[in-house]
Design a binder for this molecule. Structure first.
Ligand code: ADP
Length: 358
């Protein structure tokens, strides 16, 4: 099956050498599994591979057993050059890395609980003894101040060592919400966002945390892309709810990160089942399991399910994320946080030089 696909792909000329893609050594892996063709394509640092990707997709879709095509770009290295994570060309060089791991929590649309997930993943990591920081980049509706009880924090202080982050339950926090008045939406354009985020990341005295979580703005427009291009993100977690429409949006979010060569660490299904506060009986209000199936189809890790609970909603207003404490929901966040870090560890390994077979 894969041989047939390789043969087809080899009929597409490599723009640089004129040879077929296979002969030119541009294919790092080719596999067809469950109707999904996965092609790992080596991309030059200065190359814009969109046209090539389209030709690859058409060639693969022409095979009868292919229903969907997934193209993974890896950075093509010249001989002797060390393995480095692929970074977008537009990314400005960061002065220093703000944390050992920088992880973005994103969602294809608003209201799926992205900020709740981001705050509780941070809390779960803090509870486990990691040093954690949160950058709230949700310019449209920053909810991190409320989630961490920082609604009274206004403005940011600059000391000799840099911008001083707020501290909530041991988590270092900088939020766009500290700079804007509630109910006064700010219109941010791409360059302004890039400038502000870059300043927050580089000039804040984060104190070398193990993990910095970025709560991204919801959606997949220019603002989101601007942030993904500005920050050296180690990986992205996509929050979504089980409905099909939310999954469509999650796919768009994944595609956006693929544009900036950011590894997808996994999907989290939020509001998975409703847990009745009286009897504990689960009800599948929005359906259940769609995200896991989607993750499997897309070949990305599934990090876990967070139930829909009244307690979680109430605690969102209390200023102390639930995952700091004990209980079933806190455990679900703890498992998801560990799975996320495990996935980040995998993502940091250099791209394997192997050919996948089916
Ligand atoms: P987003 O960041 O995606 O816009 P939020 O995290 O602000 O979403 O969540 C939207 C609303 O849904 C908030 O009121 C929040 O408390 C609530 N919420 C989020 N996840 C859950 C959940 N699993 N159970 C109950 N309420 C939730």
């Amino acid at each position: 099956m894969s041989d047939e696909l390789i043969e087809k792909l080899d009929r597409i000329p490599d723009p640089a050498s004129g040879k077929g893609l296979h002969a030119a050594g541009r294919l790092d892996g080719v596999a067809i599994r469950n109707g999904v063709a996965t092609i790992v394509l080596k991309v030059g640092a200065d190359e814009s591979p969109e046209a090539l990707k389209q030709s690859i997709e058409s060639a693969a879709m022409a095979l009868p057993d292919v229903e969907r095509v997934r193209i993974i770009s890896t950075l093509q290295r010249s001989q002797g050059e060390p393995a480095a994570p692929a970074r977008p060309r537009q990314a400005a060089p960061a002065a220093k890395k703000p944390a050992k791991q920088v992880i973005a929590v994103a969602a294809g649309k608003g209201g799926v609980g992205k900020s709740t997930v981001a705050a509780n993943l941070a809390a779960a990591l803090g509870k486990s003894g990691r040093r954690v920081a949160v950058l709230d980049a949700d310019i449209y509706g920053p909810s991190i101040p409320r989630l961490f009880g920082l609604l009274d924090t206004k403005g940011l202080r600059k000391t000799d060592t840099g911008i001083e982050p707020a501290d909530a339950h041991g988590v270092k926090i900088v939020s766009m919400g500290f700079l804007t008045k509630p109910d006064q939406p700010v219109v941010w354009r791409g360059p302004m966002i890039q400038g502000a985020i870059q300043q927050f990341l580089n000039d804040t005295d984060w104190g070398d945390p193990d993990v910095l979580i970025i709560d991204m703005p919801p959606g997949t427009g220019d603002a989101q892309l601007a942030i993904a291009q500005t920050v050296a993100i180690d990986g992205a977690v996509i929050a979504c709810t089980p409905q099909d429409l939310a999954l469509d949006d999650a796919r768009k979010a994944m595609a956006m990160f693929e544009k900036t060569h950011t590894p997808i660490l996994g999907l989290i299904e939020n509001m998975s089942v409703f847990l009745c506060p009286h009897c504990g009986e689960p009800s599948e209000i929005f359906g259940h399991g769609g995200t896991r199936a989607e993750a499997e189809a897309m070949g990305v890790p599934f990090l876990g399910e967070i139930p829909l609970t009244i307690e979680l909603r109430e605690r969102s207003d209390s200023g102390r994320p639930l995952a700091f404490d004990e209980g079933a929901v806190a455990d679900a966040f703890a498992r998801a946080a560990e799975a996320m870090l495990e996935s980040a560890g995998e993502a940091r390994k250099p791209a394997p030089e192997i050919v996948l077979t089916d």
